[in-house]
Design a protein around this ligand. Sequence first.
Ligand SMILES: Cc1ncc(COP(=O)(O)O)c(C=O)c1O
Ligand SMILES: [Zn+2]
Length: 440
Amino acid sequence: MKSKFYLKCRKCGYIISDFAAWFTNMQKCPKCENKYAKVEYPGNNIKLKELITDKSKRPESLFYYFDFLPVNNPQNIITEGEGIIPVNRWRFLEDYAKQNFNIDCKVLAYRNDYNLGTGTFKDVAAALAASVLKENNVKQYAVASTGNIANAFAHYLSLAKISLAVFIPQDALKANEAGVGSYGQRVFRVRGDYAKAKQIAAQYSARYGILLSGGNTDPIRVEAKKTMVFEWLRILGELPDVYIQSLSGGTGPIAIEKGCDDIEHLGLFKKRPRYILIQPDKCDPMSKAWEAAKKNGFPDGWESDYPIIENPVTLIPTLATGNPVTYPIIGPIVKKSGGEILSFCEDDAADVARLVAYETAVKIGPASTIAVGGFFVALQKGLIRNGETIMLNIGEGMWRAPELMYQMTYTTKEIDSVDDCEPVDRTIFREKLWKKFENL
Ligand SMILES: Cc1ncc(COP(=O)(O)O)c(C=O)c1O
Ligand SMILES: [Zn+2]
C-alpha cells in the first residue's frame, strides 16, 4: 500500500518515508539525528476543508480525519470514540469577568474528561499510537509518564494486544499506577522524579531495542492532538482568541501549531490562538524562565535559559516536568502568539474544583484545576481583553484522582437523629466557595 504521508526532519528537512523507517532509526533523523520531525500529507487538502465545514457529518472519533493522520490501512484503527467531545459554555466565569473586571468575554470548556478511553486528553494520542504501532507490527513499547499518558497508552495498547512497559516517577498518583496495572501492563515505579524515570526508560529502550514513546514532540502524539484545531473549527466556525491549558511538557500547544500549519492555506481561520499556559507553583520551571526572560527583554538565547527543578514536590504529579527540555520550543511559540506562561498556587486546586462542581456540576481533575485557576490569574493580570473567546482545556475529570475527590466532602454534617437535620439549601455554600477568588 502506498503511504499517504512522510516524515520531515524539522532541522535539516530530510524526508523519512514512513514510520517503519522512523522506527528503524530509533525515531531520529538518519541525517542529523534530530528527534523532532513532522508528518506531511502531500495530497490535496481540500478534503480536509470539506470535513471541517460539512455540517451534515457526524464524526465518531478522531479518525474522522483519517486522511490526515499517519495510518495507511483503516483496518489498523484502534478507537473508542475519543476526540469528539463537547465544548461547553461556562457562563459563571463570564459573569465573574464582567462583575470583577468589567470584561465581556466568552468562556468555553473543552471537555476532554468526556473521552471514552480513560477520560483525559491523552486518549487521542494513545488511540493513534496504538493504530500506528499495530500497522507497523510493533509488539512491545515503552513510555515514561507522570501518569495520564501511561494510563491512556496502557489502555489502547491493550486493545491492540501490544505489551507496554511504563516508567512512572515515585510520586505518580496511585490511581494511575493501578490503572496501568489493571490491564496487565508492567509498571516500573522509579525511585526518583520524572527526569529519572525518563532516563531509565531510555536505557531500557536501548538495552532491549524496544521502542520508546518520543515524549512531547513525538509526531504520533502531535498528529493526534492537532485534530483539536480541526474540531474547534468544525464546531465553532472559528478558532478561539485565547487557549488556556495547564502545562507540563507542552504537547498541547505544539500540536495546535501543527494543526494550524496543516490548514493555513485553506483560509479557515483568521488568526491563531494566544497561548496562556499555566504551571502549578510547586513545579513551574517554564513559568520562572518566562518571567525572567520577560523582565530582561527576551535577550539573545532566552529560550535556552531555564531552571531545572530536581525532584519537584507537587500535589499535581501529572504536571511534574521539573526539567523542561521543551522550553526552547514552547517559549517561542508562546511569545509569537503574544501569550504568557503563568503559575497558579496549587494549594488552591481543591477550591477551584469545588467551585466548578458547584457552578457547573462538572467534577474536574487536578491538572484541569490549574487551567481554570490560570483563567483567574490571567484576568487579574489584565491578559484577557474585551470581546475575546477563551478556550479552557479541561484535560481530565476528577475520577482520575480520588485524592482530590475526597476533598469535596465539605457539606457533610454528622448526625445521630432526625433532630439534628434541617431542610437543605445549597445556596448557602455559594458565597463561601467564591470568597477565595475575590482576592487571589
Ligand atoms: C490532564 C492534563 N492536562 C495537561 C497536561 C499537560 O500537557 P502538555 O504535554 O501539553 O504540557 C497533562 C499531561 O501532562 C494532562 O494529563
Ligand atoms: Zn535532520
